[in-house]
Design a protein. Structure first.
Length: 271
């Protein structure tokens, strides 16, 4: 089945599209039935035959190639979103609400406008909704999101210099813990293991399972090992360099390759 990767706009994940036999090319504009309702997307990549079972949870259906009327509707929606953004900011200031407005999204058929925002706690925005309904005369939804979702919508660059994972390819947020950083022997300085959202970086989960698997086959820290240089106690591992550091009886440190440790060294009596 030919599939295409389609971008649905800032703040929304790209999706895989089943064109239904219609020939499409890169940069074509298409109308897609997404999880967020009808969206006008842009084709980024067209793939050859692919097994749909591998991507069945990600494949969306294409309703049609965008018509001139669709493009005009999209242009009007963008103008409406800009006006809604500016009006909402003014009303937030008027009501003195502790709201950080993140994004305004008008559904493709202009049946509803969704205002995404963050706030330090629960916010009574009933009066704000009344103002917005009175101004635009369509359905209004205010949706509070977390700081991780805000970063996903706004985008940016991580400390690695690449675009944020959450804004480019991650579809869901997995739980991240400080234990993951400890297991990978990373600095626990919050500035070094936190993303621009202020939460622990999503990439801490990428190699965590591999580190856990490696550690299953290694002696624990504190174990005493017999080496050609004498008996030593394991004080730390460097899994990136694939070495282990031993403290010998004279308090000197000896760095040994893990391969040598596993191949020939034998454990001594532990303390």
């Amino acid at each position: 089945m030919p599939l295409a990767k389609v971008c649905l706009g800032p703040g929304f994940p790209c999706c895989l599209l089943d064109s239904g036999g219609v020939e499409i090319e890169r940069n074509d504009r298409v109308v897609v039935q997404s999880d967020h309702g009808l969206k006008l997307g842009r084709v980024k990549t067209v793939f050859g035959d692919a097994d749909p079972q591998l991507f069945r949870d990600q494949i969306k259906s294409m309703l049609r190639l965008a018509t001139p009327e669709d493009l005009l509707q999209e242009e009007q929606n963008r103008a409406l979103e800009k006006r809604a953004w500016e009006h909402c900011l003014r009303r937030v200031q008027t009501h003195r609400l502790p709201i950080y407005l993140v994004q305004v999204d008008c559904l493709f058929d202009a049946s509803k406008i969704i205002f995404y925002f963050t706030a330090p706690g629960r916010v009574d925005f009933r009066e704000l909704v009344k103002d917005l309904v009175q101004e635009f005369r369509i359905r209004i939804e205010l949706r509070q999101i977390g700081v991780r979702h805000r970063a996903k919508m706004v985008g940016g660059l991580g400390i690695c210099g690449r675009g944020l994972c959450c804004a480019s390819f991650l579809r869901d947020f997995e739980p991240v813990s400080v234990r993951m950083a400890k297991e990978q022997q990373l600095s626990l300085n919050p500035n070094k293991i936190s993303g621009i959202c202020g939460r622990l970086m999503c990439c801490l989960t990428y190699e965590y399972a591999a580190y856990q698997d490696v550690r299953k086959h290694l002696p624990r820290v504190g174990k005493r090992i017999q080496t050609p240089a004498g008996e030593g106690k394991i004080i730390r591992y460097n899994l990136i360099r694939e070495t282990v550091t031993l403290e010998l009886e004279d308090k000197q440190e000896l760095e040994v390759a893990l391969a040598d440790l596993n191949a020939g060294d034998t454990p001594a009596n532990s303390n």
